[in-house]
Write a protein that binds this ligand. Structure first.
Ligand code: MG
Length: 256
């Protein structure tokens, strides 16, 4: 009997231990956009291996030839530029673009490039963004030798989670995001049951490890979740910088 209690105690301790060991990346107690917050360690990524071809069950959102799967957010055609070589470029001032279709849980691959030569600094340098469900921004920024606040650099969940490391490539070099996203869940009355979740690889390196946003993205504030549709478009941000994108594909994890 005594032995059983001992075993149980050991089991409980080991469960507590493993849940601590695998606990989620913390948002910490730092104020939003704090410049005192330590910056992620710089890690040089491995040799480029892009583009990554889409698997057979992926929906290709952009193959370099057409913006047909994108719109301007008001139902009109996307106004960004198609660039020779199979890329699109933000047409500054024309507004963000979004997919014509909505998605919930998804695996999303995006390749992007910061403008070269680099202009500006801090947030005013190669800024764009990938918005899951049009609400949760994975920041796109030229974070190569460009200091900004930790929760606003490339591969941050903007205003919430800095990336685990800064694995940015130089302006003019293609970079990749591989994003695994789970949408928030609500009950019938609109009460939040489960927050959204992100796991992200930047240039093949883990930068967000199953993090839970505290709500949709906003600048200088952290608004709460609000119940809404299960599927919403993926957005790309016009932050007035000519950032380029190519080879965007998605695996719809909720497709029946
Ligand atoms: Mg942005």
């Amino acid at each position: 009997m005594k032995t059983n209690i001992k075993i149980r105690a050991v089991l409980i301790a080991s469960v507590a231990c493993s849940s601590a060991a695998f606990s989620q990346q913390s948002m910490g107690d730092w104020p939003q956009h704090s410049r005192e917050r330590p910056l992620p360690t710089v890690v040089t990524p491995g040799a480029p291996a892009l583009p990554v071809p889409p698997p057979a069950d992926a929906i290709v959102l952009f193959d370099g030839t057409s913006l047909a799967r994108w719109e301007d957010g008001k139902g009109g055609p996307a106004k960004w530029k198609l660039i020779a070589g199979g890329a699109m470029e933000v047409a500054p001032g024309t507004g963000g673009i979004q997919t014509r279709d909505g998605y919930g849980d998804a695996q999303l691959h995006v390749e992007w490039m910061s403008p070269t030569p680099a202009h500006g600094k801090d947030q005013d340098r190669g800024n764009s963004g990938v918005f899951l469900m049009g609400k949760f921004e994975v920041q796109v920024l030229d974070s190569y030798h460009n200091v900004t606040y930790a929760d606003g650099q490339a591969a941050s969940i903007y205003g919430q989670y800095p990336p685990l490391v800064n694995v940015s490539r130089k302006p003019g070099e293609w970079q990749s995001y591989d994003i695994v996203f789970h949408r928030p869940r609500f009950d019938a009355a609109g009460k939040l049951l489960k927050p959204a979740r992100f796991t992200i690889l930047h240039n093949g390196v883990l930068v967000q490890d199953d993090v839970e946003p505290v709500g949709p993205t906003a600048n200088m504030r952290r608004p709460p979740y609000e119940a809404g549709p299960d599927r919403l478009p993926i957005g790309l941000q016009d932050h007035e910088h000519p950032v380029r994108f190519r080879n965007i594909w998605i695996r719809d994890l909720e497709r029946k």
